[in-house]
Design a protein around this ligand. Structure first.
Ligand SMILES: [Zn+2]
Length: 408
C-alpha cells in the first residue's frame, strides 16, 4: 500500500488533509496542524498543516537546509545590537526569559547572563504535576544563579480547563500552552521590561518557510483587543459558558491574552534566540548539564527514545499520546525528524525509532492522569477512541486499532 493512497470512503477529523503524505527526508507527515496556529486564540476552522514541495520534502526540512547558509556571526551581531538597546546598569531587570528549567531555556538564560551581560528575570509557568526530576532541574536553574518568578495557576480552575480541553478537543495540554504563551508578556508589563527572549521558534519545526524568517513573535499570539476578548474560547468553551463550571472571568486572567494597548505602551517585544544563534537541542543539553546542573531522566521517556526531552510534567506523555491518536504522529516522530534534519541520525534510523516507540502508551503516570482528570479508565478510552479519524485508523476485529499509513 502506497503511503499517499487516497480514499473517499473514510471520514476525516480535525481538519486534516485527506491524503496522507510522508516527507522523503524526515519522518513527519502532512497530518500535523501548525503549532503556531494551534496556540493562537482566534478561532480558525481551517488549520494550515505542514506543507511539502514538489520533490516530496517538507518545509521544515527545507528550512533546516537553508539554515546552513545563514551567516551566524552576522546574526550574533544583530543580537548584540538588540541586547545593547535594552541592557540596563541601574539594577533593573532588562530581559524576561521564559524558563522551565529544561535544557533549552536554561541554555538561553545562562547565555544571556554570562555571555552577553544581561540581567534576566526568568519566569516559569508551573506544570500540572511536577515530576521529581522536573522540580530538581527547576531548583538547579535557580541555584545556578537566576532570579525566578514561578506562576502557578489556581489548581481547581486549571484542572477544570484541562478536563474540558481533553473532553472537547482531546488536547489536555491546551490550557497549559495558552497560559505559557501569556505568562512572559504579562510579566513584562508588570515589571516594565520590554524585551522577552524565547528559545526556539516553534514554526521552525513544522510550518511554512515564510513563518521562520522573522526573529520576533507576532503579537497576535499573546495580545488581544478588549473587543476581541469576547470570542476567546478555552477548552472548547466560551468564557460565558465557563461560568456554569464555576469559573468566573477573574479566575481566567492568566489564560487570557494581554491587552494589546498595554503591550504597545510597554513596547513589549518577544524574540526567538534560535533566530540569532544556531539552535541544537543536543548541544543545549550538554551546555545546560555543564553550566546549570541540568539532569536527564534516569529512564527513557515513554513514547520516544530520548532521556532529555521535556520531562518536568507528569501529564506530558499524554500530550504526545493524543497527537499520536489524532494525527498518527507521536513523540518519536517529532524527536526523530528534528535529529534527521540536524544530521544526528539517518532517515532509516528515524523510521526504525518511530516504529519502535511512537505509539507507546505513557503507562508510568496513567493513574496520576486519570486522577487529575477525575475520569474512570473506560471513560478515558472512550474519549481516545472517539478521537481517531477514520482516514488514519482501522478498527480491527480483535478490538485493537491499526494505523492505515505508516512511515516507510
Ligand atoms: Zn521533512
Amino acid at each position: 500500500m502506497g503511503s499517499s493512497q487516497t480514499s473517499n470512503r473514510y471520514s476525516v477529523k480535525w481538519g486534516l488533509p485527506e491524503e496522507v503524505q510522508f516527507c522523503k527526508k524526515c519522518v513527519m507527515s502532512n497530518q500535523v496542524p501548525s503549532a503556531v496556529i494551534e496556540t493562537r486564540h482566534k478561532n480558525t476552522d481551517k488549520k494550515p498543516t505542514l506543507t511539502f514541495d514538489e520533490d516530496g520534502i517538507c518545509h521544515a526540512c527545507r528550512w533546516a537546509e537553508m539554515k546552513d547558509s545563514i551567516n551566524w556571526s552576522e546574526r550574533e551581531k544583530e543580537l548584540q545590537d538588540l541586547l545593547d538597546m535594552h541592557r540596563r546598569n541601574d539594577g533593573h531587570y532588562d530581559v524576561i526569559v521564559p524558563s522551565s528549567g529544561g535544557k533549552d531555556s536554561s541554555f538561553a538564560a545562562h547565555m544571556l547572563k554570562h555571555k552577553y551581560g544581561m540581567h534576566p528575570l526568568t519566569v516559569t509557568w508551573a506544570p500540572h504535576i511536577y515530576t521529581e526530576i522536573g522540580w530538581q532541574n527547576f531548583q538547579n536553574l535557580i541555584h545556578a544563579g537566576f532570579d525566578n518568578v514561578l506562576i502557578t495557576p489556581n489548581g481547581r480552575v486549571h484542572r477544570t480547563l484541562t478536563k474540558l480541553a481533553f473532553k472537547n478537543l482531546v488536547h489536555p495540554f491546551q490550557p497549559f500552552i495558552i497560559g505559557q504563551k501569556n505568562v512572559a508578556p504579562r510579566l513584562s508589563i508588570e515589571k516594565s521590561v520590554s524585551l522577552i527572549i524565547y528559545g526556539e521558534n516553534p514554526a521552525e519545526a513544522n510550518s511554512t518557510v515564510g513563518n521562520n524568517s522573522s526573529p520576533i513573535m507576532d503579537r497576535e499570539h499573546y495580545a488581544i483587543s478588549q473587543e476581541d476578548l469576547k470570542d476567546v474560547r478555552l477548552g472548547g468553551v466560551s468564557l460565558q459558558e465557563l461560568e456554569s463550571y464555576g469559573i468566573s472571568r477573574a479566575d481566567l486572567n492568566l489564560y487570557l491574552p494581554v491587552d494589546i494597548q498595554r503591550v504597545v505602551e510597554n513596547r513589549t517585544e518577544a524574540h526567538y534566540l534560535s533566530y540569532y544563534v544556531k539552535w541544537d537541542p543536543q548541544a543545549n543539553f550538554y551546555y545546560a548539564a555543564e553550566n546549570v546542573g541540568f539532569k536527564v531522566n534516569p529512564e527513557r521517556t515513554e513514547g520516544t527514545y530520548s532521556k532529555y526531552a521535556s520531562l518536568d510534567d507528569k501529564i506530558d506523555g499524554f500530550h504526545y499520546f493524543t497527537t499520536y491518536i489524532k494525527f498518527g504522529l507521536g513523540r518519536a516522530s517529532y524527536d526523530a525528524s528534528q535529529e534527521i534534519r540536524r544530521g544526528h541520525i539517518t532517515r532509516e534510523e528515524g523510521v526504525a525509532l518511530v516504529k519502535k516507540y511512537d505509539g507507546e502508551f505513557p503507562r508510568k503516570y496513567f493513574k496520576d492522569f486519570l486522577e487529575y482528570m477525575d475520569i474512570p479508565e473506560d471513560g478515558f478510552w472512550k474519549i481516545i477512541d472517539g478521537a481517531r479519524s477514520e482516514h488514519l485508523w482501522r478498527s480491527m476485529d480483535d478490538g485493537t486499532w491499526q494505523l492505515r499509513h505508516q512511515v516507510q
